[in-house]
Design a protein around this ligand. Structure first.
Ligand code: AMP
Ligand code: MN
Ligand code: MN
Ligand code: MN
Length: 281
């Protein structure tokens, strides 16, 4: 049985390929009934997505995916049911977006040194509406023939030790969780299986996230294996965290998985939407 709920997706406001309205239409066409738009560090797509959801008769959950640095590693914290006008959230996200411009200059300088010119303007040309991200640099590098697709870009460029990498400190875990809580939202640790943490640090992270007010972790996501569904269902249970589910869809050809393809949560999970009246499907 596939899930009718999808609580993680991206539009052109961050590094997705579809407009918020196109994304909602796509979700509806794939049978999704409850969709969260969770653009990286920006909430600018939510108004358009909300209107489209009303047209298609599906429920939109207001979301965001916040970039965080924890012990010198990048983590992503999803906020669900946020108030996009909450002042501390608005200010915090604006700071992160300002930092993205500085980081983009550092990335471009590093690519220049490696003999790849024009990447700053090139990447911004792909950032159609909102934040500038590594995905936009990856699109430029593919267009210039430096790699066959964006996934292979991340093996040769833009990661630690490779051209185009620029070390940057995002928000603290405490700040990101705090902004989400203050906005009335639900903090969710995104795709825990993607962080190269090791067992000890994963346990420390879950402990700290929970202590700060974290509520759920993504158990079923486009980038987890079936074994990871079970592994993170167990960890959620161990830390009394609820479970979330989302495709992390970025658009056709740019996603781990299309919408409407994720399995339901393992039976022993407490769904993060358990007590949400809007998520009865
Ligand atoms: P940024 O937040 O600017 O560091 O960009 C991170 C984004 O790059 C992620 O949200 C993904 O969409 C994309 N990304 C990161 N690693 C990979 C990868 N290995 N393959 C494809 N896309 C990736
Ligand atoms: Mn992304
Ligand atoms: Mn992410
Ligand atoms: Mn994402």
């Amino acid at each position: 049985m596939t899930s009718l709920i999808d609580l993680h997706s991206h539009s052109i406001v961050s590094d997705g390929l579809l407009t918020p309205a196109e994304l909602v239409a796509h979700a509806a066409s794939k049978g999704i009934r409850v969709l969260a738009l969770t653009d990286h560090d920006d909430v600018a797509g939510l108004t358009e997505a909300e209107a489209a959801a009303a047209q298609h008769g599906i429920t939109l959950v207001s979301g965001v995916e916040i970039s965080v640095t924890w012990r010198r590693r990048t983590l992503h914290i999803v906020g669900l049911k946020i108030d996009p006008q909450s002042p501390s959230l608005v200010d915090g996200l604006a700071q992160i977006r300002a930092g993205r411009h500085i980081r983009a200059q550092g990335m471009a300088a590093s690519l220049d040194k490696a003999g790849i010119s024009g990447s700053l303007e090139g990447a911004y040309a792909y950032a159609r509406q909102g934040i500038i991200s590594r995905t936009h640099f990856a699109q430029y590098l593919v267009a210039q023939g430096h790699a066959p697709d964006t996934r292979s870009v991340f093996r040769k460029f833009l990661v630690k030790g490779k051209p185009g990498y620029f070390e940057y400190s995002w928000a603290d875990l405490e700040e990101a969780v705090g902004w989400i809580l203050e906005s009335g939202g639900v903090p969710v640790l995104a795709h825990p299986g993607r962080y190269d943490l090791g067992r000890t640090n994963m346990l420390l992270l879950l402990e700290e996230f929970r202590a700060l007010g974290g509520v759920a972790i993504e158990v079923v996501t486009g980038s987890h294996t079936t074994d990871q569904y079970r592994e993170f269902a167990r960890l959620a249970h161990q830390f009394s965290l609820k479970a979330s589910l989302g495709s992390d869809y970025h658009g056709p050809g740019h996603s781990y998985l299309d919408m409407g393809r994720l399995p339901a949560l393992p039976a022993d999970c407490v769904p993060v939407w358990q007590d949400w009246p809007e998520a009865v499907v």
